[in-house]
Design a protein around this ligand. Structure first.
Ligand code: NAP
Length: 289
């Protein structure tokens, strides 16, 4: 069996096309979705991610507002800016690019972002919403995975799904979202003993560990759907995921490449959450009139 490759760039393009239409509909009501992006320090990876996000905003008609702070910034200044942005009518989403320098308490930063502008979905309120199945903003990376599976017509109900990686931003919300779709979910992490005994059972395997070649063909079931969230830079500069792509492609039915798989979907779902936020606020404002 040779897997069909899920093209994240193409799926993203379809979603973005639809978002443009929604942005135009808002514009007709004199609303421009706005995303505030706060950057602290000069982490080179963050600089690339932020540039991509801002460009993507412009492509669909979202207004972005970028705020830069030096590495030694006082967290108070960032918290004050977030409070100001929480009150602004032209800002529908607020994003603080992670990681932050060590003087910052990330939990305090995330808690300060208004839950209804938390387009990254990291605020405790939104995490709680995910747990009880009443999600406000699904976190972008796992949301992108769900959209890709939907796009490919992969049914989730009753499927065995194994998520490798249990971080707060990818693995855990991924598992919760798949549970909401009535999959039977198993979550593995670095202390899992004999990872392969779990992965081999997966109809759908989602890998987000940050370890190149963690998943090799012997660890997957023939015909499995394999979603590789990992992004790893090898010493020779090549970008790879967590899955042995060439080997696993021979056994899986569907697989995502790295790059060009989950990565573009993450940015697209950030745009999606920002447009949804603007629509929600506009609908609420119309009701008040
Ligand atoms: P993270 O916070 O470092 O979490 C990694 C998770 O993987 C942890 O739960 C860890 O287990 C687990 N893990 C590590 N080694 C493992 C092993 N050998 N076997 C099983 N589990 C293992 O990373 P993250 O932020 O979730 O990101 C994961 C990967 O996805 C990274 O490569 C990152 O660059 C990539 N990523 C991609 C996107 C995208 O848009 N494509 C977005 C976000 C992240 P413990 O909990 O036990 O430590």
């Amino acid at each position: 069996m040779t897997a069909k490759i899920i093209n994240g760039v193409a799926v993203s393009a379809e979603i973005r096309k639809d978002l443009k239409v929604r942005v135009e509909a808002l514009a007709a009501q004199r609303v421009v979705p706005g995303l505030a992006v706060i950057v602290v320090g000069n982490n080179p990876a963050s600089a690339v991610y932020v540039r991509n996000k801002i460009k993507a905003c412009a492509d669909v008609g979202i207004h972005s507002f970028r705020y830069d702070f030096p590495t030694d910034a006082d967290p108070r200044a960032v918290l004050d800016l977030i409070s100001e942005l929480n009150d602004r009518e032209d800002v529908h989403g607020i994003l603080v690019q992670l990681p932050l320098p060590p003087q910052f308490a990330i939990s305090e930063i995330l808690r300060t972002i208004s839950a209804d502008k938390d387009v990254d979905g990291f605020h405790l309120y939104n995490v709680g919403g995910l747990v009880v199945g009443n999600t406000v903003f699904p976190p972008c990376t796992p949301y992108g995975v769900v959209k890709m599976l939907e796009h490919e017509g992969v049914a989730l109900e009753g499927k065995n799904v194994v998520v490798v990686g249990a971080s707060n931003i990818v693995g855990k919300p991924m598992a919760l979202m798949l549970m909401q779709h009535d999959a039977t979910v198993c979550i593995c992490h670095a202390k899992t003993r004999d990872l392969a005994q779990f992965t081999i059972l997966a109809d759908i395997l989602v890998v987000a560990a940050g370890k190149p070649n963690l998943i090799v063909p012997q660890m997957i079931k023939t015909g499995a759907v394999v979603i590789d969230v990992g992004i790893n830079r090898l010493p020779d500069g090549k970008l790879v995921g967590d899955v042995d792509f060439a080997g696993v492609s021979e056994k899986a039915s569907l697989i995502t490449p790295v790059p060009g798989g989950v990565g573009p979907m993450t940015v697209t779902m950030l745009l999606y959450n920002t447009v949804a936020s603007a629509e929600r606020r506009n609908a609420a404002a119309s009701l008040r009139q």
